[in-house]
Design a protein around this ligand. Structure first.
Ligand code: PMT
Length: 408
């Protein structure tokens, strides 16, 4: 299941460190490549030799140890990793990571990690309940780290409460969930719109917006990865076009009315529609056949509304799951909810486009996913790729319920 995946396991100074041996064994039995990095505290509880034997690789503990030539170990190891799993993670390591301190190999690697980071804490329950630790956890979650909840039970300190390292099966299934691409979109035909539209005033000038297409293209790629047939209707972007061999059917359009035409033409085939495009709401009433000349004074433009594609699709929804985006600058949730109802959607993905890490052009987004049952899921800042995964997770859940219900 984990063939080809490179996992770094960080082990810190908790009594639960002995359980890391079993984590290594289970990951290896799923064919993952595992490298172990330990803090000094970790080595007090379990020997590097045990972990070296189980992982089949040198165990790293020192920041400045050199490896093959002159590349520094932490950069070398973390650069190609698919996942950094810290289990068990002490309050100390979580605090250092949250504060940006890298004073040993493990914390330095955590700071350098570009791959997903999963943290499985283990500690005494009083430490676990401490608001300082809880703030550190919340802060790391904000940056995209995933935490595996501790279990309740008898602790090494003699106390009974929260703080036991999560069950190893839970840890392994969290890793699998993150690293193994689900094929839960197989059999679905996903129609995605992306990018801006252009509404021309004359042959050289147009009204448009800053949409880069990144959000929509990420959704299209993820839906394909998860087994769907994908139709991507794209406004003008400078993004790399998906190759035919990637299995995404790309339809290029320029104006809102072209996007509408292609969306409605392909709607019959679609089982899921996701409108991530930033469609112009207005277009000039007249398009001048020649370049409009300067006339020495002010110029007024007569604008008319473009067709609302999503509203039309919502009206003819049938059994499809229809997802819209809401680009908002104020009252994010309430405005998005109004759009969800007005356009008869199953889900709306609201992004605050004034947030510099969200919305137009950037590689990240900060969204709140709202479904038609008013379930509101705010997500921290994450890459557009990861946002696309969370949207598809939500769609898969609704599709499952909808189909089970319609079969009953
Ligand atoms: O492309 P990126 O640079 O990655 O940026 C991503 C994004 C900010 C464009 C994306 O995350 C986003 O928010 N897309 C929707 C932008 C938008 O048009 O929002 P809106 O609130 O104005 O429209 C609501 C919904 O109606 C949207 O799903 C939109 O596609 C749809 N719509 C709008 C107008 C129109 N005439 N027809 C439509 O179908």
């Amino acid at each position: 299941m984990l063939t080809g995946k490179r996992i770094i396991l960080g082990i810190t100074g908790s009594i639960a460190a002995y359980k890391a041996a079993e984590i290594v064994r289970r990951l290896r039995s799923l064919n993952a490549e595992v490298w172990v990095v330990m803090t000094r505290g970790g080595t007090e509880f379990i020997t590097p030799l045990t972990l070296q034997t189980l992982s089949g690789h040198t165990v790293y503990t020192e920041t400045f140890a050199l490896q093959e030539g002159s590349k520094i170990t932490h950069i070398n190891l973390i650069k190609d990793a698919d996942l950094f799993l810290i289990a068990p993670a002490t309050a100390n390591i979580i605090g250092k990571f949250a504060a940006g301190i890298g004073d040993d190999l493990l914390t330095t690697m955590a700071l350098a990690a570009r791959c997903p980071v999963i943290i499985a804490p283990a500690m005494d329950s009083d430490m676990y309940d401490n608001p300082i630790l809880q703030n550190n956890i919340a802060q790391l979650k904000e940056t995209g780290c995933r935490f595996i909840e501790t279990e309740e039970g008898e602790l090494a300190s003699g106390l009974v409460g929260k703080g036991r390292l999560a069950n190893i099966e839970v840890i392994i299934s969290t890793v699998i969930d993150l690293l193994v691409v689900k094929k839960d979109m197989a059999g679905e035909v996903v129609l995605v719109t992306a990018g801006p539209t252009r509404e021309y005033l004359d042959p050289v000038r147009f009204i448009s917006n800053r949409s880069s297409g990144k959000m929509g293209y990420a959704i299209a790629a993820s839906a394909k990865e998860r087994g769907a047939e994908v139709i991507l209707i794209s406004g003008p972007t400078t993004l790399q076009k998906p190759a035919k061999s990637e299995g995404i059917e790309l339809i290029n359009v320029v104006t809102a009315s072209e996007m509408r035409e292609e969306a409605l033409k392909n709607l019959k085939r679609a089982t899921i529609v996701i409108m991530a495009a930033a469609v112009s709401d207005y277009r000039p009433v007249d398009i001048s056949p020649g370049k409009i000349k300067k006339s020495g004074g002010n110029v007024s433009l007569d604008l008319t509304e473009t067709p609302d594609i999503l509203t039309e699709i919502g009206m003819d929804k049938g059994n499809r799951i229809v997802v819209g985006f809401a680009a908002e600058t104020e009252n994010l949730e309430s405005n998005a909810m109004l759009k969800l109802k007005r356009k008869n959607l199953d889900i709306i993905v609201a992004n605050d486009v004034l947030d510099p890490d969200a919305g137009f052009e950037v590689d990240t987004n900060v969204v709140t996913i709202i479904d038609k049952n008013n379930e509101v899921t705010p997500l921290p800042r994450m890459s557009k790729k990861e946002v696309s995964y969370r949207i598809l997770d939500k769609i898969a859940k609704i599709a499952n319920l909808k189909r089970t219900y319609s079969r009953a």
